[in-house]
Write a protein that binds this ligand. Structure first.
Ligand SMILES: C[S@@+](CC[C@H](N)C(=O)[O-])C[C@H]1O[C@@H](n2cnc3c(N)ncnc32)[C@H](O)[C@@H]1O
Length: 502
């Protein structure tokens, strides 16, 4: 199995390869040559030979000799006579310039490059990477892509695009939608001569048993169009795109029409939105009430100073409109605060945390290094505001939820949720009303790629200027003014809930 993962060896079913080629043909593209750089058992070669009978030359390459031979046999048995060859070769060592020189334009490069990330390759000890990264322990490729984790298909697609960018060509490959966007972002920011581009979403679960957002990614090259836009179709046979995403003002936007309609609401340097509590040890910090005691994730019953325990609204609760089901132990009131003072002011909590010090000191994230023992993150005066508006960063839902208190205690969010602190219910209602408006929703949807791991982030939320939004919606009043001020000024410490934390 590990070899299969290392080489992204998930062969395309012939039905899907046929659908892809039929679409390319329907788009009016008629290649004189066809190249598949990682052709595997040759489904795409077979489909392309049948769909484009006038192609003069077809070349396939794969590093797996068995597959190369299978692809050869498949082509030989094809009904359409074509000048076709299949070579055994490693993508990273093949002389592509030599091959490209023998192909007349327009060229079609198609296929399904391996979907495997460099971190997976690292864990398998694999060398299936561009040559220069082998010697440099993957850092070379990171330097090229600017990312620490990426798909090698991204590298291969970028390379393939560079071969045809100066000439008339088309690239049509199956890949993750995030990879397609990154390749386009790279091409647009380097002013590569892209004529047009589109993604057609495919059901990766159905075709490859992979739970990932994937697409057929088509780019036509040769004549530069500087519109920097890509049509996003829900399927290969969709008649019109569901959205057009693209580069605007050096940003990747998910819907250029919505962006153009709402960009005047864009603010810079705004704050106000914060993520919730990060502790990386739910079994210790997250609790359920049990009479006068608390029960932790180990099922242990414990006693704690009441002032330190707050209701916790998890992202899943937020998205489902549920009330908090858990409580969270907050050993500090801000990042500059140290849990060590619990020794003196809250000995029960200190003893409880100390009894789990082996586990807590082992928390893997580097953020805990050089921090006082038992520290948590995502905590500050805003955590203790009496009212908040919250949203989950993980769920594909743009719903802003007003959040009050429970038993006079501020409700905390987990680190996958985002909150905007409010001083009063009036502020909270006004904020939820503003953010749940159609205008605000259009503004956010202009930027949100719903297939991203975390579609909603504090960075995105802080792009919306509340003062401009309120003006557009003709909403006035001191509550709205306070909220707008809070986007530029920090939440006032004097407003924080009385607690053990001064
Ligand atoms: C996702 S499969 C797709 C196969 C074929 N293109 C298809 O659509 O059915 C990926 C293919 O890439 C090949 N491959 C992986 N790494 C390669 C490399 N470095 N050079 C050439 N081929 C490679 C694998 O052997 C495998 O056949």
């Amino acid at each position: 199995m590990s070899k299969r993962i290392e080489f992204g060896d998930f062969q395309t079913p012939i039905g899907l390869a046929n659908e892809v080629c039929a679409l390319i043909s329907k788009l009016g593209y008629s290649p004189r040559s066809i190249l598949e750089p990682t052709c595997g058992q040759g489904a795409f070669l077979q489909a392309a030979i049948e769909a484009f009978p006038s192609a003069e030359k077809v070349v396939g390459v794969d590093c797996n000799s068995k597959y190369a031979e299978e692809a050869r046999q498949r082509i030989l048995s094809s009904t359409t006579p074509t000048n076709a060859e299949v070579l055994e070769g490693d993508f990273f060592q093949t002389d592509w310039n030599l091959i490209l020189a023998s192909l007349s334009t327009p060229v079609l490069i198609l296929g399904n490059p391996p979907w495997v990330t460099n971190s997976t390759l690292g864990s398998l000890g694999s060398q299936n990477l561009p040559l220069k990264t082998n010697v440099d322990n993957l850092r070379g490729l990171e330097a090229v892509t600017g990312k620490s984790n990426f798909d090698i298909s991204e590298w291969m697609i970028r390379e393939s695009l560079s071969w045809i960018a100066p000439k008339q060509g088309m690239l049509a490959v199956l890949c993750k939608t995030s990879v397609a966007r990154r390749v386009l972002s790279y091409a647009w920011s380097h002013d590569m001569p892209i004529t047009s581009s589109a993604i057609y979403r495919i059901n990766a679960k159905l075709h490859f048993n992979a739970s990932v957002d994937a697409c057929l990614f088509c780019i036509q090259t040769g004549v530069q169009h500087d519109r920097h836009e890509c049509a996003d179709y829900t399927s290969i046979d969709a008649q019109s795109p569901q959205a057009i995403f693209g580069h605007r003002d050096e940003k990747m936007v998910a819907d250029v029409k919505l962006y153009e309609r709402t960009q005047h609401l864009f603010g810079t340097g705004l704050t106000g939105w914060r993520s919730g509590i990060k502790h990386d040890c739910s079994r210790v910090y997250e609790l359920e009430p049990n009479g006068s005691q608390w029960k932790n994730g180990f099922g242990q019953l414990i006693e704690l100073e009441d002032d330190l325990v707050f209701p916790l609204l998890k992202s899943s609760d937020l998205a489902a409109g549920r009330k908090p089901r858990k409580w969270v132990l907050m050993p500090q009131g801000s990042l500059s605060d140290s849990p060590e003072k619990l020794k003196y002011i809250a000995p029960k909590a200190w003893n409880y945390l100390s009894s789990h010090s082996a586990l807590l000191n082992k928390r893997g994230s580097s953020i805990y290094k050089n921090r006082p023992p038992f520290s948590i993150f995502g905590v500050g005066p805003y955590s203790f505001s009496p009212w908040k508006v919250g949203i989950s960063g993980l769920y594909k839902k743009l719903v802003f939820v007003p959040i009050g208190q429970i038993n006079g205690k501020s409700i905390q969010l987990d680190d996958t949720g985002y909150q905007f602190a409010c001083n009063s219910q009036e502020e909270c209602d006004a904020l939820a009303h503003l953010l749940n408006s159609e205008t605000a929703s259009d503004f956010f949807r202009a930027f949100i790629f719903w297939d991203a791991k975390r579609p909603i982030t504090a960075k995105l939320l802080n792009k919306l200027d509340l003062a401009l939004l309120a003006k557009e919606l003709s909403i006035e009043g001191s509550a709205v003014q306070n909220l707008a001020d809070r986007q530029v000024l920090p939440y006032s410490k004097t407003q924080q809930q009385p607690s053990l934390f001064p």
